[in-house]
Write a protein that binds this ligand. Structure first.
Ligand code: RIB
Ligand code: CA
Length: 312
């Protein structure tokens, strides 16, 4: 079976890092490129961190393209309060020696989608959607060539994590999210409704550490750091490992349940900017444009994740 071609668009971030490692550990997936975007931390750091992660996985061959350094129409909002100043706080890893690939991430997205056959490439955005939306705006011809978008972002029943109404990835660039959700590309959404059910319990973090590898140690150290914010805010037993849910869906979709519904993005609300208005009860009559996930087999997710990380 040919490996599925994916592009990971990312703002590492500890959970992004785990998602990238899961993808690189999985032969079902062919990571044809990683594109970085400003989000959790500014672009220079997300671009550095993506290389740190690929080197940790021994994958200096992966092409990493730096992308947009700010949202389409707003000032950048970052999340050092969650991820630390470096974006990968929790363990100090060597500075990367692999270079960034030549060219801007948006140009790579356009060229790759034009060169690959229609329906050959799946986009996996796990940060603000600035790069994806900018590529769609600049080259509308690539939109129908995208096989599927599987993204981490949004929230409905779980409400927001950066404001009472909005999840971080959507909130940082709501105009970009509006473009992506309105693009007509088949979209699978991993919202906080799902990721908040995939918590890093002590046993799960110790299972990472018990792998006895550099990767296992790094992932355990990252989650030890990353979880302190959510545990303090929510009083939860651990932190949601948001971004790896996107990759887990590609590997084992039956770990998740959801509904195909209409999702609109609020771009004007004084109090609701960045909210994903998911018509879960189908009351609006608006056309469904996204598979909005709501449930996860958390045990199965962590078994998959830990088992794959063991391969690196
Ligand atoms: O709200 C969670 C999302 O915001 C995750 O992708 C995390 O990495 C941050 O980017
Ligand atoms: Ca992210």
């Amino acid at each position: 079976m040919r490996a599925r071609k994916i592009i990971i668009d990312t703002d590492p971030g500890q959970d992004d890092a785990v998602a990238i490692l899961l993808a690189l550990a999985s032969p079902e997936l062919d990571v044809v490129g990683i594109t970085t975007v400003a989000g959790n931390v500014p672009l220079p750091l997300t671009s550095k961190n993506a290389r740190v992660v690929c080197e940790l996985a021994g994958r200096e061959d992966v092409r990493i393209f730096a992308g947009c350094d700010r949202p389409m129409a707003r000032k950048l909002v970052t999340a050092e309060y969650v991820h630390g100043k470096s974006g990968l706080d929790g363990i100090t890893l060597p500075d990367p020696t692999m270079p960034l690939a030549e060219g801007h991430a948006v140009d790579f997205l356009i060229e790759c989608l034009r060169e690959e056959a229609p329906g050959a490439v799946t986009l996996c955005p796990i940060g603000p959607l600035t790069n994806i939306a900018t590529a769609f705006r600049r080259a509308p011809d690539i939109v129908p060539r995208v096989a599927e978008i599987v993204l981490m972002g949004g929230a409905y029943f779980e409400v927001g994590n950066v404001t009472p109404a909005a999840e971080f990835n959507i909130y940082v660039d709501p105009e970009a999210a509006e473009i992506v959700f309105g693009s007509g590309v088949p979209i699978v959404v991993m919202p906080l409704d799902v990721t908040h059910k995939a918590l890093t319990t002590r046993a799960r973090v110790e299972a990472f550490r018990a792998l006895g590898t550099r990767v296992g140690h790094a992932v355990a150290s990252w989650t030890d750091f990353f979880e302190r914010f959510d545990m303090a805010k929510y009083g939860s037993e651990g932190a949601p490992l948001h971004d790896p849910c996107v990759i887990a869906y590609l590997l084992q979709p039956d770990l998740f349940t959801g509904r195909h519904v209409n999702v609109e993005v609020e771009t004007k609300g004084d109090f609701t900017l960045g909210m994903t208005v998911a018509d879960w009860w189908r009351v609006t009559g608006r056309a469904a444009n996204a598979m909005f996930m709501g449930g996860i087999d958390a045990e199965g997710f962590y078994a998959l994740l830990t088992g794959r990380l063991a391969r690196l």
